[in-house]
Design a protein around this ligand. Sequence first.
Ligand SMILES: [Zn+2]
Length: 486
Amino acid sequence: MLSLLVTAVGCSPRGGRSGSRGDDDDAADDDDSVEPGDDDDTGNDDDDVDDDDVGDDDDAANDDDTADCASDEIEDCNGSCAPADWLGDGLCDNGGPDSEYGGNNINFACGQLNYDDGDCEATGDDDDSMDPCAPPLSILNCGTPGPVIGSSGWANPTIGAPPTSCSGVWAAAPVTRALPSGVVSAYVGYYGGADARPLFQYLGNGAGVIADTTTNPFASSSGGGVYDTHVAGAVMPMTPGTSPQSGCIVLWPSTDDTPSDGEVLFTVRPAGPTDDLIHINVGLVAGSGASQANFADSLYAAADLLYFGTGEGVDLYEAWTFYTISDSNLSYIDSSGSAIDSLRQTAMGNDDRTVNLFVIGAFDDSILGIAGGIPGPIGHQGYPTSGVVVAMEPHLDGNGDVDATYMAQTIVHEIGHYIGLYHTTEGSGSTWDPLSDTPQCTMSSPTPSGCADGGNIMFWTGGPGDDQSTLSPQQANVYVSSPIVQ
Ligand SMILES: [Zn+2]
């Protein structure tokens, strides 16, 4: 069933004049030349971690990270000190009132502690349709959640050695965090190295499960996570019904290959005024033919397209900074593999709450552009999927000039994926985005002229001269409320 997600988001390149706009990495990308952890510090919001800690003064967080337990105590699943001799004593300590100790309800019912060394049943796990190693629903009893996710980006310490495995699936212990109230939007992701295929669930206190990727594959597009080969993530809201709710977030990282380490990534946008700007780092790759002089018009056109297309005021206007990437070997590359991963790992500037837009000469498979996931690792630079890549050559007109309108449509399309928008209709004509206000085309090979959504920015394919300039109100809301907006 995991492969369904790949099918749902995949773009097959098309021949002829029309170009295909890719989504995210090919699942077959087995590149392991990128060492997990390399450059990750660049992508971590160290400053924000500090800020978060300062504001993280509720009791729920204080006893989590580095509890100083007595010699006859151990940390439970939530980091609370618990009597060591309760582990595997024949009684299931699952965070219930009978497990109270030192002011906390002790919870040993997690994979890290082998479910109280076998005392706790993995109950409720009656739907493993998404994953052969689906977590027991008991993990959704968050107990005492981990630290509060703060006012902006926050990166978790690395997840260490694998505590659990089953049916070829590697699984870390569930990670819990508390989401404060008043959050506009949030991103949660899991980086597991070259072959990460994460799976996770969310829980909102008092409101139950926000989205459950283990029971509903396409919940992946309504708030859960579509995995990538490197970073899986989800953004809230991804639909009108998936706005972040205060309470506990449960993330259950797993992959189909044993990673050497992993990291959990968070980006939270608090309530409050913004400039409604999406800041973009534009990386012009040497040898691509792109320059500030011939690319600026495309950015202005993208700003017009997004701002006036939505009417809701999110803007790109001059919120971009140009950078030069001197390695010309990165100008003509595959849309998956070590070269594009290396390119996207390039951090530009010091602000992680940006979108990296890399401009190359062409992809070997002739696509127009590709995003590092749906969503990509919003607010985190330096990962193999951090950013979107667009190609110059397919956007040149007969005179060799950049077709700024065409390029602008590709830029807004790919950033749309990066912030969590799917194709309105996929290339198969049999899967569609989860939004209720976008048309669904049922052509076997959907064309812009043959589909009601052919003029939508998120249509799966487009060519020069196609007017793809519309976003539905729900699509616009995903853009406007994105955690990337500053
Ligand atoms: Zn696309």
